[in-house]
Ligand binder design. Structure first.
Ligand code: PMP
Length: 421
């Protein structure tokens, strides 16, 4: 990997100006003053390096995209191999990378989930899952929860719990009904004869790192069984070992009818997504029209990356590492909380999906700045500005976790002194 070799100031100014002129001026402003203000250049393992040659520990991992870290050599090699052979499918022929990945997903997915539809982003997988639920059930109603996040296109946004993303776009897709997160009885009350599905995340990510309360998913599953409603698990962020199990729903033993996947499936090198369904759902989804849901691009490099990702997760013991490192992180951060209870309200999470909730959002802002000055990337949750998240690659080790914990402690103390002084 070649380090940046030019004048970083000039180069960065040019890129930021391009953002301002051709990408998103308001975002450029926000990133320049509220973010890292620099241009990334290379990535390797848990680290990225910017054009100034500053190396950062990536404790955010692209909100779950970089579970294998940056440029995992086995994923890079798998993608190279496929690129040299055939990068995209014609879709007129059968194609084996897609068939291989679909078979492997059926093997690792919980319960009877067996069939996969491949696409490119999380929101696209949710769109497909919602269509699939309506077509398979012959019903329309979709139940979603407060603080849910499923993406920002029209269908997924209709199931989004945060008003700020919705109001300017309304009217959204009809027949979406919001219930309080964690309240199974509210689900029971919301179900009508026309309810197709309930969609939820096993651990809410953007909503503030909220693991499902004890027994919640099991009760929702039994309500679905009783009333003939489909359960859609959005595992876009929780999938592929992030929570210390292959999928977040496996902590509760609940089997969804449809599961949405993305982010980590691309191995941190490509963008891959899918939704997976049971034969019962799939047969009804496609029975009358096998092309009722399609996309023109089947990215075979992404399929190769997905297949290799599953092998790496298994062979490198990344799920176990997520469990162990997650426990270490939680314990360390809870100790910090006990030292600074006036600043930290709660530390919570599952595996390597951990949130720190502050009493005030300024503490979060200053902690993120303090971590940045210690060369650590952390971030907010989209729907809850009082919570910052620590969601590093699953390949992180003891000493890197300890460095993150110590840096949170130091940043908070610095913030306390600043506010006191
Ligand atoms: N579902 C969940 C649970 C997510 O966390 C996200 C992204 N943070 C999405 C869907 C949307 O994914 P994408 O940004 O790839 O569209």
């Amino acid at each position: 990997m070649k380090p940046f070799s030019g004048n970083p100031e000039e180069f960065n100014d040019r890129v930021i100006e391009q953002y301002r002129r051709y990408v998103n001026p308001a975002l450029a402003q926000l990133m320049k003053f509220g973010g890292y203000g620099s241009v990334e250049w290379t990535g390797e393992g848990v680290y990225i390096t910017d054009t100034h040659g500053e190396r950062y520990l990536d404790a955010l991992a692209g909100y779950g995209v970089f579970s294998l870290g940056h440029r995992h050599p086995r994923i890079v090699e798998a993608v190279h191999r496929q690129l040299d052979q055939m990068p995209l499918s014609t879709r007129q022929f059968f194609t084996s990378p897609m068939a291989d990945l679909a078979e492997r997903l059926a093997e690792v997915s919980p319960g009877k989930l067996q069939y996969s539809f491949f696409c490119h982003s999380g929101t696209e997988s949710v769109e497909g899952a919602l269509k699939c639920a309506r077509i398979a059930s012959g019903k329309h109603g979709i139940i979603f929860t407060t603080n849910a996040f499923h993406g920002k296109t029209m269908g997924s946004l209709s199931a989004g719990g945060r008003e700020v993303y919705r109001t300017k776009v309304e009217p959204l897709v009809p027949d979406f009904h919001k219930v309080p997160w964690g309240d199974a009885e509210a689900v029971r009350e919301a179900v009508t004869a026309d309810t197709a599905a309930i969609i939820l995340e096993p651990v809410q990510g953007e909503g503030g790192i909220n693991p499902a309360p004890e027994g919640y998913l099991q009760t929702v599953r039994s309500i679905c069984d009783e009333k003939g409603v489909l359960l859609i698990a959005d595992e876009v962020q929780t999938g592929f070992g992030r929570t210390g199990r292959m999928f977040g729903v496996q902590h509760s033993g609940v089997n969804p009818d449809i599961m949405c996947l993305a982010k980590a499936l691309g191995g941190g090198v490509t963008s891959t997504a899918a939704f997976v369904g049971t034969p019962e759902v799939w047969n009804r989804f496609f029975s009358e029209n096998p092309t009722i849901h399609t996309t023109s691009v089947v990215n075979l490099c992404a399929m190769a990356a997905g297949l290799e990702t599953l092998k790496v997760i298994e062979e490198e013991g990344l799920i176990e590492n997520a469990r162990n490192m997650g426990a270490r992180l939680l314990e360390g951060l809870r100790l910090v909380q006990s030292e600074l209870p006036d600043m930290v309200r709660e530390v919570r999470g599952l595996g390597l999906m951990v949130g720190i909730e502050f009493h005030e959002k300024d503490f979060g802002l200053l902690t993120i700045a303090g971590l940045a000055s210690r060369k650590i990337i952390a971030g907010y949750t989209l729907a809850n500005p009082n919570v910052i998240r620590v969601e590093p690659p699953l390949i992180i080790n003891d000493s890197q976790v300890d460095y993150v914990i110590e840096s949170v402690r130091e940043s908070l103390k610095e913030c306390r002194d600043l506010l006191a002084g």
